[in-house]
Design a protein around this ligand. Structure first.
Ligand code: KG4
Ligand code: ZN
Length: 333
C-alpha cells in the first residue's frame, strides 16, 4: 500500500489530497478562488498566490488531522509546472518542508501529466497505448501515451487554447469568469446549428487554432449589433460550443486513424462540459473504440490527479531533490 500526499497550487485552485496506490482517493479538498478573481474578469496572479498562502495550511489540517495520519504517508507529490510562478511556489515550498521534516521522497509532478492521470482515479483506466486529448485553460494538446509516463506530443494549439476561447468569448458576451461553465449554461436551450462558425486548420495535421474562431465570433456579434439584429445568446453560445467540440472531434479522430490506435482518453477542465462529453461518447460509441473520461470532479484542477501521477513517478523512481524549482512553462515532453 502506498499513500501519496499531493499538493496542487498551479493556478486559482488550492488543493491537497491523499491518494492510495494511484487510484483510490482517501481525501481530496479543493478550495477555489474563482469568486475573488471574478470581479477582475480573470485570474490576478498576485492575488492568487496570496490566497493560496492564506488557505493552504487549513487544507493540510483537514486532510492530515493527526500525527498518526502523517505516519501513513509514503511520499509528497507537488505540481511544479506549468502554471503561475507565484502560485506554484506556495505549493512547492509546503511540499519541500513536509518532505524534509517527515523524511519522505519529494515528487515534482507536471500538471499536464496530472490531468492525464485523472483518468486513473476511481475507475477503469485507459489501456495502453492510448491517445489523450488534453483541453484546459492553458493547453489543447493531443498526446500519445505508450505506457506509464511515456509521452509523445502529436498536436498542440498554435495560438489560444480551447479553454481560453471559452473564457474570452464569455467575457466578450458579458458572462462571468471562468467562461466555460457560463457558456455551457447559456447554451442549454440554444440551437447549435443557428450560427455557422469556422473550424480552423481543418485540412492540416493534428494542430489546433482557436484565435480565428474567437475573431470570427467577435466580428459576427459586432456586425449584428451594427445592423441592429437581435443576437440570440443561447443560439450563439450553443453554436460556439458545437464548433469547439467539432474541432476537437475532427483532430482526435484524425490522430486515432493515423496512429491506428482505438484507445482514447480525455483530460482537462473543458472536459467538464456535458455537451462535449456527450458528443465524444456518441462519436466513439462503437465497440471498436475505448473511450475513458475522468469523473467530472477530477477534470478541473485538483490534487487527486497529482497524487495519481505521483504514484507512477514514485514507482518509476523519479524522485526530486530540494533543488527542485518551479517551471511556469514546463512542457509535457
Ligand atoms: O484544467 P483547468 O481546470 O485549469 C487549467 O489547467 O487551465 O481548466 C480550466 C478551463 C477554463 O478555461 C474553464 O473555462 C474551462 O476549463 N472549463 C469549461 C467548463 N468547466 C471549466 N469549459 C467548458 N465547459 C465547462 N463546463
Ligand atoms: Zn489544469
Amino acid at each position: 500500500m502506498t499513500n501519496i500526499l499531493a499538493i496542487e497550487t498551479s493556478c486559482d485552485e488550492t488543493s491537497i489530497a491523499i491518494i492510495k496506490n494511484g487510484c483510490e482517493v482517501l481525501s481530496n479538498v479543493v478550495s477555489s478562488q474563482i469568486k475573488q478573481h471574478q470581479k477582475y474578469g480573470g485570474v490576478v496572479p498576485e492575488l492568487a498566490s496570496r490566497m493560496h498562502t492564506e488557505i493552504i495550511h487549513t487544507l493540510l489540517q483537514s486532510v492530515v488531522d493527526s500525527k498518526e495520519a502523517l505516519k501513513n504517508i509514503d511520499a509528497i507529490a507537488v505540481t511544479y509546472g506549468p502554471g503561475l510562478e507565484g502560485s506554484l511556489l506556495i505549493g512547492l515550498t509546503l511540499a519541500k518542508t513536509l518532505a524534509y521534516v517527515l523524511k519522505l521522497p519529494l515528487i515534482g509532478v507536471n500538471h499536464l501529466i496530472g490531468h492525464i492521470y485523472a483518468n486513473f482515479l476511481e475507475q477503469t483506466p485507459p489501456p495502453f497505448p492510448f491517445i489523450c486529448l488534453i483541453v484546459s485553460g492553458g493547453h489543447t494538446q493531443l498526446v500519445l501515451v505508450r505506457d506509464h509516463l511515456k509521452f509523445e506530443l502529436i498536436g498542440t494549439t498554435r495560438d489560444d487554447s480551447a479553454g481560453e476561447a471559452f473564457d474570452k468569448i464569455a467575457k466578450f458576451l458579458g458572462l462571468a469568469y471562468p467562461g466555460g461553465p457560463e457558456i455551457e449554461k447559456m447554451a442549454i436551450e440554444g440551437n447549435p446549428l443557428a450560427y455557422n462558425l469556422p473550424i480552423a486548420l481543418k485540412n492540416e495535421g493534428f494542430d489546433f487554432s482557436f484565435s480565428g474562431l474567437k475573431t470570427a465570433c467577435i466580428q459576427k456579434i459586432n456586425l449584428m449589433k451594427k445592423e441592429n439584429q437581435e443576437i440570440n445568446l443561447a443560439d450563439f453560445t450553443a453554436s460556439f460550443q458545437k464548433t469547439v467540440t467539432d474541432t476537437l472531434l475532427l483532430k482526435t479522430k484524425k490522430a486515432l486513424d493515423y496512429f491506428k490506435i482505438n484507445n482514447l482518453a480525455l483530460a482537462g477542465g473543458v472536459i467538464a462540459n456535458s455537451y462535449l462529453r456527450n458528443a465524444f461518447q456518441k462519436e466513439f460509441s462503437s465497440p471498436q473504440y475505448n473511450l475513458t473520461m475522468p469523473k467530472i470532479k477530477y477534470t478541473t484542477d485538483n490534487s487527486a490527479m497529482i497524487g495519481s501521477a505521483g504514484y507512477y513517478y514514485l514507482k518509476n523512481n523519479i524522485i526530486a531533490d530540494f533543488n527542485l524549482k518551479v517551471e511556469p512553462n514546463l512542457k509535457i515532453c
